[in-house]
Design a binder for this molecule. Structure first.
Ligand SMILES: C[S@@+](CC[C@H](N)C(=O)[O-])C[C@H]1O[C@@H](n2cnc3c(N)ncnc32)[C@H](O)[C@@H]1O
Length: 218
C-alpha cells in the first residue's frame, strides 16, 4: 500500500521555518543564461522558494509574478526583494499549484526544480504552466536529471524523469510549439559540506508560436 502524501503547504512551511537561508541566493544558472538574451516582459516563477530567480528577473527589468505554496518561503522572498529594492516589480502569490493556478498570460513561464516529496500534481501543473505562456512566449522547465553525489540512498534510487518524458507529459500540440531545447545540461554545484560536483539537470525550453495558434507553414 502506498503512503498517503503529505500536504504540500504543511511540508514546505516546515522546510522554510526558522531563519537560516536554505538556497544559495543566486539565480538558477540555466535560467540566467537563457533569460539574459531576452527582452524583459512579464514572467511567472513557479515554486519561487526564497525568490532568487524572481529578484534576478526583476533586476533585469521583468515584471514578475512569483508563486509558492509556502507562506514562509514567500515571506523570505518578499524580504529579500525588499532588501534588493525590487519589491515593486514582483507580485507574490501563494498557491498550492495542484489546486489553483495564477491568472494571466506571461512572456516567460519558469519552473526551476519544481520537485516535491509532498503532494504535487506535476504533470497537471506543468500543463497549466504551458497554457499560461503568451503567444511567442517561452516555457522553461529545469529539473534535476540525477541525484547529486552527496544525496542519500533514497535519492539515488529515485527515478528522475528524462526531459523527453517531461515533454511528453505536457501533451502539447506540436504545431503550436517550437522546441528550442530538450535535453540534459551540466552545472557545477557545491554540496552541504562544501564538496564540489558537476550535476546533471534536464532543460526544456519551448516557444509558443507567435500567432499563439497554428504555426505558419514553412
Ligand atoms: C526544490 S524547491 C526549488 C525552489 C526554487 N525554484 C529554486 O530553484 O531554488 C521547490 C519549490 O517548489 C515549491 N512547491 C512545492 N510544491 C508546490 C506546490 N504544490 N505548489 C506551489 N509550490 C510548490 C516549494 O515550496 C519550493 O519552494
Amino acid at each position: 500500500m502506498s503512503e498517503p502524501q503529505r500536504d504540500a503547504q504543511e511540508f514546505w512551511d516546515e522546510f522554510y521555518d526558522g531563519d537560516d537561508r536554505i538556497w544559495s541566493g543566486w539565480v538558477n544558472v540555466h535560467l540566467a543564461l537563457i533569460a539574459a538574451g531576452l527582452a524583459p516582459g512579464r514572467a511567472l516563477d513557479l515554486g519561487c522558494g526564497e525568490g532568487a530567480d524572481a529578484i534576478w528577473l526583476a533586476e533585469k527589468g521583468w515584471q514578475v509574478l512569483a508563486v509558492d505554496v509556502s507562506a514562509n518561503a514567500l515571506d523570505r522572498a518578499r524580504a529579500a526583494a525588499r532588501q534588493r529594492e525590487v519589491l515593486p516589480h514582483i507580485h507574490f502569490e501563494r498557491h498550492d499549484l495542484s489546486d489553483s493556478f495564477p491568472a494571466g498570460r506571461f512572456d516567460l513561464v519558469s519552473a526551476q526544480f519544481l520537485h516535491s516529496p509532498a503532494r504535487l500534481e506535476r504533470d497537471t501543473v506543468l500543463r497549466r504552466a504551458a497554457e499560461a505562456v503568451a503567444a511567442g512566449g517561452l516555457l522553461l522547465i529545469v529539473d534535476h536529471g540525477a541525484a547529486p553525489p552527496w544525496a542519500g540512498e533514497q535519492a539515488h534510487a529515485h527515478h528522475f524523469a528524462a526531459a523527453e518524458e517531461v515533454l511528453a507529459g505536457l501533451r502539447l500540440d506540436h504545431a503550436r510549439w517550437e522546441r528550442l531545447r530538450v535535453g540534459t545540461a551540466e552545472r557545477d554545484a557545491v554540496g552541504p559540506d562544501g564538496q564540489t560536483a558537476t550535476l546533471t539537470d534536464n532543460v526544456i525550453l519551448l516557444r509558443r508560436t507567435p500567432n499563439g495558434d497554428v504555426q505558419a507553414a514553412s
